[in-house]
Design a protein around this ligand. Structure first.
Ligand code: ZN
Length: 150
């Protein structure tokens, strides 16, 4: 179990250090901002749509390793998905990150994102891990308000 945990931490540290899709999309169809005042994480998410499918997804911002890694992995996993599929993954992610510590998560659907199940043991970190997902939700809702974890 602790080996598995080390592996999880490695994935998060890798994405935290070298975030994927860390750039703006100039002609984005959807854009949203998110802020986690508790930790100071801030990010902007950009989505380019092709019909109702996510053609491109990127983010910019500054935050801790967990919020950055979460945003980085979010962008990787959602390209090519429909808005409906993106919302399903979003719901599964938030459910996993906020479930009781000893509960089983839906790792099949979440794939690599299951590495974030570990944040459940650290309530402060749950907000870092879910910030990019709440921001995604505001983008998909076409909301003008910034997503906030508080
Ligand atoms: Zn954070």
């Amino acid at each position: 179990m602790s080996e598995l945990r080390d592996l999880y931490q490695e994935v998060i540290l890798d994405h935290g250090r070298r975030p994927r899709n860390f750039r703006a999309i100039e002609d984005a169809d959807l854009k949203a901002e998110g802020h986690n005042p508790l930790c100071g994480d801030k990010l902007t998410l950009y989505i380019k749509l092709d019909g109702d499918r996510v053609a491109d997804l990127s983010f910019e911002g500054s935050g801790c390793a967990i919020s950055t890694a979460s945003a980085s992995m979010l962008t990787g996993i959602l390209v090519g998905k429909t808005e409906t599929e993106a919302r399903e993954i979003l719901a599964a992610f938030v459910e996993m990150a906020t479930a009781p510590v000893d509960s089983k998560s839906d790792e099949g659907r979440l794939g690599k994102l299951a590495v974030f199940a570990g944040v459940r043991e650290f309530p402060m970190r749950v907000k870092c891990a879910t910030l990019s997902w709440h921001t995604l939700e505001s983008a998909l809702d076409r909301s003008k308000e910034a997503a906030r974890t508080e």
